[in-house]
Ligand binder design. Structure first.
Ligand code: NDP
Ligand code: PYC
Length: 338
């Protein structure tokens, strides 16, 4: 039967599943909030559909659900965190207070997380900084499932990039996107729903274009968005997410000895800027002026707005999980990865 839940009720269910799967209460709280927020905002590729992956990965021993991140003060505006083979979000939470001190003191701050696992959307990591008036940019690399433009085999992850900035009197401007044509999560959902992919999203094991999500997921690969341009951005993400942080490149992720593992063990880069240090009029006022210009030009979908509409609706009237989704969660809660 379909299930109607409030956001807080969903968080409690997810926390329960994660703790039973072996995470510490603190980690369970952070990942449950994150995953429920994705579901609430309609970020379906990283919502509750990912819970099975979290649980199977924990069961495989690939990730440490009780890791204690170690924060390293690298320079006046540079912080590193060794996530100790745990999830990236608790590493960010551990670094956050010192990162904000550095940002306020120096006008900009870099956070380099390594030895970390990220199976979620990036916007939950950075939107809160824009809510506090700061500009934030983050990238994370993942597992080698994307063929660089002009190459013959997968080297890049699906490598998302997200940006958040305050807009006076409005929602923050937040975009968050895979640099592969589609996220891996959306391809998995298309397969589960029996849908074909659009042209230009993936190739089969032989490198031939295909619209079949099975062929993309079983030995095939994704393509970068925007041809050579997306490919260059994806390469930048490998460099910032792995080479700079000390994490693994997507090609170096090897979970073959951990059947069931699906969380990429790489690194995450976050750059924060205090816009009060910029020149001219206040940044958020200029941002508001600019979004107004865009609206006057006919734009009615600014990135982030769709999510906030979903959020407002979910917070007002709760979320309905369809019967299958609820049954899957309930099964995970009762039996783990049976
Ligand atoms: P989408 O293509 O759905 O959306 C990308 C961005 O474009 C979003 O900010 C979205 O904002 C905006 N957008 C979507 N449609 C429109 C439109 N018609 N007009 C204007 N703006 C639009 O995202 P992806 O499928 O590429 O990525 C989904 C998620 O997957 C991301 O959250 C990403 O972080 C995550 N991901 C995580 C990975 C990891 O390793 N952890 C790897 C790859 C992806 P809005 O949603 O508000 O409309
Ligand atoms: O959806 O591409 C994706 C993805 C990879 C890792 C986490 N999400």
């Amino acid at each position: 039967m379909a299930q109607r839940l409030s956001f807080d009720e969903l968080v409690i269910v997810l926390e329960d599943i994660l703790q039973k799967a072996g995470t510490s209460p603190d980690v369970a709280a952070i990942i449950a909030q994150n995953c429920a927020a994705c579901e609430r905002d309609g970020s379906k590729s990283h919502g509750i559909f990912r819970m099975r992956g979290y649980v199977s990965t924990l069961a495989s021993g690939w990730v440490d659900g009780a890791a204690q991140p170690v924060v390293e003060d690298a320079a006046p505006s540079f912080l590193r965190v060794d996530a100790q083979n745990g999830f990236a979000q608790p590493a960010l939470a551990a670094a956050r207070p010192l990162l904000l001190d550095k940002l306020r003191e120096n006008g900009a701050a870099v956070l380099a997380i390594r030895n970390s696992h990220h199976l979620s959307a990036l916007w939950p990591d950075i939107e809160p900084f824009a809510d506090e008036g700061y500009i934030a940019l983050s990238v994370v690399n993942s597992m080698a499932v994307t063929v660089p433009f002009g190459a013959k085999r997968a080297v890049f992850g699906t490598n998302p990039i997200a940006f958040a900035a305050p807009v006076a009197g409005d929602l923050p401007f937040v975009f968050d996107m895979a640099t592969s044509a589609w996220s891996h999560g959306d391809v998995q959902i298309a397969r589960a729903e029996g849908r074909l992919l659009p042209e230009g999203v993936g190739v089969d094991a032989g490198g031939a274009p295909t619209r079949d999500p099975n062929l993309v997921l079983e030995g095939g690969a994704l393509l970068p968005f925007g041809g050579h341009k997306g490919s260059a951005i994806s390469m930048m993400i490998e460099l910032l997410g792995a080479a700079l942080t000390g994490g693994k490149f997507s090609t170096e992720v090897d979970w073959s000895r951990h059947p069931g593992a699906v969380t990429p063990h790489t690194g995450q880069f976050i750059l924060l800027i205090d816009p009060a240090r910029g020149g001219g009029l206040p940044f958020d006022l200029r941002a508001a002026e600019f979004t107004q210009t865009m609206r006057e030009a006919g734009l009615d979908h600014l990135p982030g707005v769709r999510r906030h509409k979903n959020r407002a609706k979910a917070l007002q009237s709760g979320m309905t999980l369809d019967a299958d989704a609820w049954a899957n969660l309930d099964k995970l809660r009762q039996f783990g990865i049976a």
